[in-house]
Design a protein around this ligand. Sequence first.
Ligand SMILES: Cc1ncc(COP(=O)(O)O)c(C=O)c1O
Length: 397
Amino acid sequence: MISTDFAPNEFQDDAMASLITLFSIWKWKRGNELNLVKKRIESYFLGAKSIFFLSGRSALSILLAELKLPQNSEVVVQGFTCEAVVLPIIHNKLKPVYADIEGETYSFDLSDLERKITDNTRVLILQHTFGMVPKYRDRVLQLAIQKKLFVIEDLAHGCNPAFWQTQNLSDNQVLTLSFGRSKALSSVFGGALITSNKSLTHKLEQAEACLPYPSYSMMFKLLCYKPLAVLIKSTYNYLFLGKVIHKIITILGLMTAEISKQEKSGEYDPYLEKKYPNFLAKLLLIQLNKFEITLSQRTNICSQYAFKFQISNFKLPLSRFPLLVKNKTEILYKLANRNIFLGSWYSQPIAPKELRLDRVGYTMGSCPEAERINKEIINLPTLISIQDAQKITQAIS
Ligand SMILES: Cc1ncc(COP(=O)(O)O)c(C=O)c1O
């Protein structure tokens, strides 16, 4: 099985670390790993502090609450995102306003962004889609200074630490990270805020200190995720064994879903407003220890795709490789029949596709370029072997 969405970052060493951790329950909540992870993450961002949470979406919600904006203030977000970004905005009684994207880095189209900013706008969420630095990043940051807007740079999909070694963060800028299972670094769930603003850091740390730890049953399920995912992936091609195991695990409720039913129905779900427990930091450390190798593997695979599909403008590495195709459904179906499951971020302006767009204030037609791309985009996995990448390129062409 090859998959862009299902456990793309989990391998035997990750599974083994989870299994070992299952037996050291006294280290699940507290321990030294969280400090080590904080130090490592902070070393990627010049002089900034990190505050960890159980998810990127809860981190964003807590940040928006701490900004103490007037009710109905507008937050401009791109119309090519997921509900994890939009529901925290609505939950904080703020108004999401959708700006269109450009088709090169799948981030803000500058002129549409300028049109969507009003006197009521307070925040811009600048998304680094698939881990790409947005084409107009510098201009967006300048615009934010001019209009006195707060900027949240959403690095949930991933980022290249080398880029951030050249950037200083302003006091009106926060970065959000995700360590969710389908992102560039996975601890199954997890997120962090990165800021250089001292008073905001203090407020966020206080907010974090008031959060509870996840329950033991939730922590147990999170620890089961990596071993079960590796088992499913490695047995998938044998007489559907992996498929059967996946079904049984789902029926037994042993895997916590990435998105809850409440979220899919368009309502913020506070179930992830929790502390980031030490055992997740331990799992993240395993991923960070091989981060350099992972980045170079992603770069190699992306270069292979870029060469094959003659795309030259991407700055690599990417957490998933976007490709626009005319026969999207046909390709996804054809490859799924060969146990190759490609991603589809994003199939509608605010994903997932089950989400009713009227629940998040999106009107069809307001981001035409994003809507066009929604119909054509597929995502290829980038943390796979060269042979598997060849299988994918051959199957698509
Ligand atoms: C662009 C973007 N930002 C933020 C998030 C939130 O991340 P998390 O899953 O850790 O809540 C996601 C999740 O899919 C995302 O795609």
